[in-house]
Design a protein around this ligand. Sequence first.
Ligand code: FES
Length: 206
Amino acid sequence: MSDSATALVAEGTVDNGRRTWIAITCGVGAVGGIATAVPFVSTFSPSERAKAAGAPVQVDISALKPGEKLTVEWRGKPVWILRRTPEQLESLKKTESQVADPNSDRTQYPTPDYAKNVHRSIKPEFFVGVGICSHLGCSPSDKFQTGAQPSLPDDWQGGFLCPCHGSTFDIAGRVFKNKPAPDNLEVPPHMYLSDAVLLIGEDKKA
Ligand code: FES
């Protein structure tokens, strides 16, 4: 991957109910910090904008705390980066038998090999997924609180609820059985450039 192909535009929010951060990062071959704002894409030429729209996005995840979720935009899609707590990771054992495709074998949205595991991620702690329901494209809502609550089962372990037709996903984006959504949430190609920096949209060096 050359620097010139690394134009990035990322807009993200971290919202854990206590605070919201807005992050805008943009540049060529640059790594944007969560609170960094640099020249925006509107200053690009049309060809630069087209390249930026399809380019991988670099995200600084160093400030993300356990239980927090960051949303960035990649190719017009919301991509979630959730730093899971030990309890959330533990919940995946409980949901294993309740989800429709526990090993991410279905191929409509192929899961990269490095995420074909119970936590559906490279590092167990960090879930990286496209926040678009595999049914008709709504964006599911965070439902991290466990236990009984409206539209969710009494033994809810935390995950995501699609408000459109009620599909539910566990904290690894695995769809529960007998829901309208046919597939797990998509895991986009991604890789770590360092412990602090994630690259979304590309998973191997050119
Ligand atoms: S769009 Fe998500 S359940 Fe229909």
